[in-house]
Design a protein around this ligand. Structure first.
Ligand SMILES: [Zn+2]
Length: 319
């Protein structure tokens, strides 16, 4: 071994120690999260556009959009993120927009990536649909396990905080919060059994949770496809200009129409296949997936066929 080699070995060892030290430091000072892109709708409505990839080691469970509604005395936040840490990360992003306190947190549905951040807003009024609260109570442990698995570490401080204010299915409730007119709309189960959409009629904004998505394939797994298409029909009649999806960029009315058409085509082909007695893999071959198979989360397509198939089969018993 030459003197050069020895020197090199020493250097590598030192570098190793340095890296270990830095890693420890990172663990001690918490994770870093991707920064959201902020989209300003008007002087009081801002959208924090989060990463669209499924939870992973890089985004650490930060994978949703949050909407910041700045009223005269406080902030209404829609969707809080996938862990206590993501919630604090979102809180920091809110503080860059306004120093008013977050007094209300709305959860659009019971999928963990949208509500586990509630812990970071303790003391706020939490709002969801009635079914969302029930589902959070029943499924939060499963969602937490999934999240911990996907990001590769434990989240000991992440606890499910459920809503104190709930709205039942099939209702639209108009209310005034901090001077902002807000309509809480709970359609028939669409993306999930308990979706809550937030309509701001004076701002021409609809915050739709995952009833709308852009750049990612909609996930049918907990959904009701037929109702969902009906909800998309209604969404198009609200006179909204800015549609905020749960994941991905803001949408226009044309985008909503395109999503509705894609979902209807999908549903119709699965239904046709069911009537012909085709298997799910045969149905897959007759689907035109060109608008979906290049998007983020295209791996859900197979599960989507399965979910639509089961729904159609169930409906067929009642025909
Ligand atoms: Zn979801």
């Amino acid at each position: 071994m030459s003197a050069n080699d020895l020197l090199w070995e020493k250097l590598v060892r030192r570098l190793g120690v340095l890296i270990a030290f830095l890693a420890l430091g990172a663990a001690a000072y918490g994770q870093t999260f991707p920064e959201p892109r902020t989209f300003k709708v008007n002087d009081r409505v801002y959208v924090l556009l989060g990463p669209i990839q499924h939870a992973n080691k890089i985004n650490q469970g930060y994978m949703i959009n949050s909407t910041v509604i700045v009223g005269d005395k406080g902030v209404i936040l829609v969707d809080s993120g996938g862990s206590d840490e993501v919630g604090r990360h979102i809180a920091t992003a809110v503080r860059r927009i306004t120093d008013k306190p977050v007094t209300h947190v709305v959860n659009t549905h019971h999928h963990g990536d949208h509500y586990f951040g509630n812990v970071a807003f303790e003391g706020a009024t939490f709002i969801s649909s009635e079914m969302c609260r029930k589902m959070v109570r029943e499924t939060s442990h499963e969602w937490l396990e999934l999240m911990e698995r996907d990001i590769g570490r434990k989240l000991p401080e992440t606890k499910p905080l459920t809503a104190g204010v709930i709205y039942p299915e099939g209702t639209r409730t108009e209310t005034l919060i901090h001077g902002v007119r807000v309509v809480f709309w709970v359609p028939r189960g669409s993306h999930t059994i308990g979706d809550l959409l937030v309509h701001l009629p004076d701002d021409k904004v609809l915050v739709a949770g995952d009833v709308l998505v852009s750049g990612v394939v909609p996930t049918f797994q907990d959904g009701f496809v037929k109702n969902w298409i009906q909800t998309l029909d209604e969404i198009q009649t609200l006179g909204v200009e800015h549609f905020v999806p749960g994941h991905g960029d803001l949408m226009t009315l044309d985008d909503v129409t395109a999503l509705r058409e894609a979902m209807l085509r999908f549903y119709s082909v699965v239904k046709e296949g069911f009537r012909k007695g085709q298997s799910e893999s045969e149905i897959r071959k007759s689907l035109d997936l060109s608008s979906w198979d290049k998007l983020e989360r295209s791996y859900v397509i197979g599960r989507n066929i399965n979910r639509a198939y089961l729904e159609i089969e169930r409906d067929s018993f009642n025909e």
